[in-house]
Design a protein around this ligand. Structure first.
Ligand code: 3PG
Length: 213
């Protein structure tokens, strides 16, 4: 795989989705993920704390793979890049977001659910897309069916995944990585339960090893 970030995402296997209300939690949260052996985070632009969270995590752990999620406009792509994001994820396929990320040299993985969206992504030069919301869209069975014609497309399922059902996705060789919020749940952060987040990160790492070897 020529893209270094894609390679890292594949090696990590599971990517924690992070929704922080307060950027002050960035250091403790990134420490927990790194200690748990899962040095990465998709920091979602659903809260005003996103850019500052990315900035703090990237500074604290320069080797950690920190990127932006829920990126809904080209302006947010620029903001994410300036904060230090190394990838751009989005829930849907917005060509202006994809093009801006490509222009800035950022790895971009937009969300898709249907054949039409997958073909649109391929038309934009992409060979990896999210499958979102994975579980409610029919899970791994639906993903295998819908993607059968697109033999060169790889996937990153997100939405409704947990430490159990993630195994079914990881076992398929066309999964780049899986994303989910269960590792660093917003409530756990708010309650300061960073030990639990570290334990969930470690468990996720072990699942990846167990399934992919
Ligand atoms: C999201 O964008 O919300 C991610 O897909 C995570 O979904 P989850 O909260 O169901 O894991």
């Amino acid at each position: 795989m020529k893209d270094e970030v894609m390679q890292e995402l594949h090696e990590l296997g599971i990517i924690p989705v992070v929704v922080l209300d307060n950027a002050e939690d960035a250091e403790a949260l990134s420490d927990a993920l790194v200690k748990g052996g899962l040095p990465c985070a998709e920091v979602t632009f659903r809260t005003d704390a996103a850019a500052e969270t990315i900035r703090r995590m990237a500074k604290r752990h320069p080797d950690m793979l920190v990127g932006a999620g829920t990126v809904l406009s080209p302006e947010k792509v620029v903001e994410a890049k300036e904060a230090g994001a190394r990838f751009i994820f989005s829930p849907g396929l917005n060509p202006s977001v994809v093009k801006k990320a490509q222009e800035l040299g950022l790895t971009v993985i937009p969300g898709t659910q249907t054949p039409t969206e997958m073909e649109m992504a391929m038309g934009l030069g992409l060979d990896v897309v999210k499958f979102f919301p994975a579980e409610l869209s029919g899970g791994i069975k639906m993903l295998k069916a819908v993607s059968a014609p697109y033999v060169n497309l790889k996937f990153m399922p997100t939405g409704g995944l947990n430490a159990e059902n993630v195994k079914d996705y990881l076992a398929w060789d066309r999964i780049l990585a899986c994303g989910g919020s269960w590792i660093a749940k917003n409530d756990l952060v708010k309650e300061g339960r960073f030990d639990e987040i570290e334990a969930r990160a470690r468990e996720a790492r072990e699942i990846v090893k167990e399934i992919r070897g």
